[in-house]
Design a protein around this ligand. Structure first.
Ligand code: PXP
Length: 240
């Protein structure tokens, strides 16, 4: 089964926020990603609003015609926001104030009651709910108990092992992922995956069986900035 690609465009907003101006506009990036054939757009509305803001999410809801996946922390204000905007999917993630990016998966087992309430509330508004978790059996079981539709397995440990060329660790992380993907599907969950995936390490993840969607952000936005550089410079040269 071919995997769907959802493009995380948070870092288009990161570039915008570096200058606090209007460009680059995340909605434009979303439209171009859709024109290129992606299957969905993902954004993380962080509580500190460091990149994507509320207005971006509203605009994306009106313009994204594929599928909009909103990543957010499990806090009442975010749940209320999602129920107002109605993305196609909400992915609940852990969030700590000064982290550079989402560190680790959500500890659903430890926060089962809180996560279950959030899942029920979102599902009652017709939103699909995914839980971003580590590939661990206790987390998959907890996700099932919480009533989630999907789990998204954190691929960060695999990506780190790949970067460090630790062959044994790469194989270990891949087998943990495959085991938990299979277990999750048997338990009635659907499976997504993401974090740290790039043009070098994606092939081994693409070979795993059972993943429906891959959420990829940093590497796609980085490559877009580089492959677009030549054209951008030529366009400016023609103007001067
Ligand atoms: N999936 C989730 C739940 C995330 O939080 C992120 C990062 O925002 C990603 C996927 C994408 O990770 P990356 O930017 O490393 O591709």
């Amino acid at each position: 089964m071919a995997k769907r690609l959802c493009v995380n465009i948070d870092h288009i907003a990161t570039i915008r926020e570096a200058r606090k101006v209007r460009e680059p506009e995340p909605v434009t990036a979303a439209m171009l990603a859709e024109l290129a054939g992606c299957h969905g757009i993902t954004v993380h509305l962080r509580q500190d609003r460091r990149h994507i803001n509320d207005s971006d999410v509203h605009l994306l809801r009106h313009t994204v015609s594929s599928s909009l996946n909103l990543e957010m922390a499990v806090v009442p204000a975010m749940i209320a926001f999602a129920k107002q905007v109605l993305p196609n999917m909400v992915t609940l993630v852990p969030e700590t104030p000064n982290e550079i990016t989402t560190e680790g998966g959500l500890n659903v087992e430890a926060k089962l009651a809180e996560v279950t309430d959030a899942v029920q509330s979102l599902r009652s508004s017709g939103i699909l709910v995914s839980l971003f978790i580590e590939a661990k059996i206790e987390q998959v079981k907890a996700a099932r108990k919480a009533g989630a539709d999907y789990v998204e397995f954190h691929t960060g440990a695999y990506a780190n092992a790949f970067e460090l060329r630790r062959e044994d660790e790469i194989e270990l992380e891949l087998s943990k992922l495959q085991d938990q993907i299979t277990f999750a599907i048997k338990s009635g969950l659907k499976v997504n995956a993401g974090h740290g995936l790039n043009y070098r390490n994606i092939h081994r993840i693409a070979e795993l069986n059972g993943i429906e969607e891959l959420n990829i952000g940093h590497s796609i936005v980085s490559r877009a900035a580089l492959v677009g550089m030549e054209r951008a410079v030529k366009e400016m040269l023609s103007l001067i």
